[in-house]
Design a protein around this ligand. Structure first.
Ligand code: ZN
Length: 222
């Protein structure tokens, strides 16, 4: 369901966001009422989660439709757009190929940014093979327009970012892709943290790193 085609109807896309929210909440990627999920629909309008609700317990009629400038198109009277909507719109404006955006507050990945550590690109081969570098943005005040500004320099080149002392931003051609990036970021961050606690962090050997990067480039081109 999360792996929807571009032509999917709005009712299916609403179900996909509800399902993505349930998975992200149950995997502890969005605690409390944190995070937000959006999809760019076939007609260019954006379907997005509302402000203040837990993403684990959404209904399809909780979701809001806005245009690319953030103007409200439709919503239940008691539902307001998320204050983090401008960050989602910034991604869609920069990337024609993106149809789904997930902003989360994953525990281990967010902790890295609080500790002032880089994202560990080279400790698990699948990160080199699929994600590559995950840049960490400058600090921005959450729920302000600053979020949209700090992500701007990275959007064209990357599909996953960490927002300093805040959370993550992942995106792709559908929600499945955005969620896979998010889960991978959190998994490697937790492995890295646990390895540090045990004392040693082994890196993927340099020669193998080059091979993985070449395979990824080949895959992206093909
Ligand atoms: Zn947030």
């Amino acid at each position: 369901m999360l792996n929807f085609p571009f032509s999917a109807g709005e009712s299916d896309l609403r179900l996909a966001i509800v399902e993505c929210g349930r998975i992200a909440y149950e995997r502890h990627l969005m605690t409390s009422n944190d995070g937000n999920i959006s999809i760019r629909m076939d007609d260019g309008l954006i379907l997005i989660t509302p402000s203040g609700l837990s993403k684990g317990r959404l209904s399809t009629d909780d979701l809001i439709v806005v245009d690319i400038e953030g103007n409200l198109i439709s919503a239940r009277a008691d539902r307001k757009p998320s204050s983090e909507t401008p960050m989602h719109l910034e991604v869609y404006k920069s990337r024609e190929d993106v149809h789904a955006v997930v902003h989360a507050h994953p525990l281990f990945a967010t902790t890295l940014t609080v500790a002032g550590l880089e994202f560990p690109i080279d400790v698990l081969p699948e990160v080199l093979l699929t994600l590559g570098e995950v840049p960490i943005t400058d600090y921005a005040t959450p729920a302000s327009h600053e979020d949209a500004v700090v992500i701007r320099p990275f959007l064209k080149e990357y599909n996953a970012l960490l927002l300093r002392q805040h959370g993550s931003l992942t995106y792709g051609k559908n929600l499945d892709e955005a969620l896979i990036h998010l889960e991978r970021i959190e998994h490697v961050s937790e492995v890295y943290w646990r390895a540090k606690m045990l004392g040693t962090v082994k890196r993927v050997p340099l020669e193998a790193q080059e091979k993985l990067i070449a395979m990824r480039d080949q895959f992206l081109k093909g």
